[in-house]
Ligand binder design. Sequence first.
Ligand code: ZN
Length: 155
Amino acid sequence: MKALTHSIFAFAFCIVLSEIALPPAATNKLFLLLSATVSLLLASLPDVDARLPLRLIGHRSGFSHSIFTAAACACLSYVLFSPYPPFDLIVIPAVIAAITSHILLDSLTVSGCPLLWPLSRHRFSAHLCKYDSPLANTSIILFSCAAIVAFVLYG
Ligand SMILES: [Zn+2]
């Protein structure tokens, strides 16, 4: 998917993830919006492999779009930020939402993601669209915006 699609979907995904996973007493609307904003900024982090000058690893070759990398990033953010409340409530959900939402959206595309790298290089794909499909990108952006508006109004 396009970078803008990843960013807006990550914003909405972070809100939904935090609402589901965190107890209501542990967070508030300001923390949720800050966390969602951090997630928006980090949403294209897995695609950094496409922008490395030396192209040491190919884009979506494994490391950057694996569920094991997502788990490692979640653990690392927990280790780094859990001693520092309230940053833990902002950064940890943001990192998890940014990376998992990115992998989820890329798995919908024809080229898919090597979710189980390094155990397997098989690319898992729902074969729904190409990464640059205007219909898919626009639909996901509109759906995400609707979810964000619903959260702001009723959340
Ligand atoms: Zn990607």
